[in-house]
Ligand binder design. Sequence first.
Ligand code: GTP
Ligand code: MG
Length: 206
Amino acid sequence: MQRELLFKVLVIGDLGVGKTSIIKRYVHHIFSQHYRATIGVDFALKVLQWGHNIVIRLQLWDIAGQERYGNMTRVYYREAVGALVVFDITRASTFDAVLKWKDDLDSKVTLNHGRPIPAVLLANKADQATCQQPKLDAFCRENGFIGWFGTSAKDNTNIEEATRFLVEHILNNEESPLTEREPPSLVLSGYANATKQHLNCSSCSK
Ligand code: GTP
Ligand code: MG
């Protein structure tokens, strides 16, 4: 029998780092150079066939970078079970903001027993520069990220890999609230075959 799980995943990070672009690439397989700031929050749904028996409905919450200065994040974060925290590798200020986003996240949403929700760091725009792997490995260990990936929404690098990594952690997390739903009626948009190499990616939990 098919089991269906609903996971709410947050996508956060400063203005213009590429959150919307990453989601559009992942869900709709498109990319645009044109920047149009998200207002408030946007949503997207990705349905994944996970093995033979599990269907995962990934509800992606695309939170506007400017919301860090607002007071709505507590509402947006509610019942999330995972997060992608994005920065732009060409703009140092967006890396500095990562910890502000992580602190905001951890102070406003936790799993049962107060454990932080799993968060993956995305070093986006990897088509424009290279990441400093040792630095990011240490940063993740020190700041409670489960891992990081160098991503590019433009070149479609590592987005499926990073999301799959997060979903694996959510699934392994016995304490995450798993919401069972009716059997799926949507057409599945499962992962493409994972033939791409894991560029610049690292699990900091090893
Ligand atoms: P807010 O909605 O304001 O919080 O921004 P955002 O994080 O959603 O950024 P968005 O996805 O709108 O992207 C901002 C700009 O960066 C756009 O011009 C995108 O085309 C560009 N961009 C996003 N991802 C990449 C990438 O991987 N590589 C390159 N070269 N440009 C990117
Ligand atoms: Mg946006």
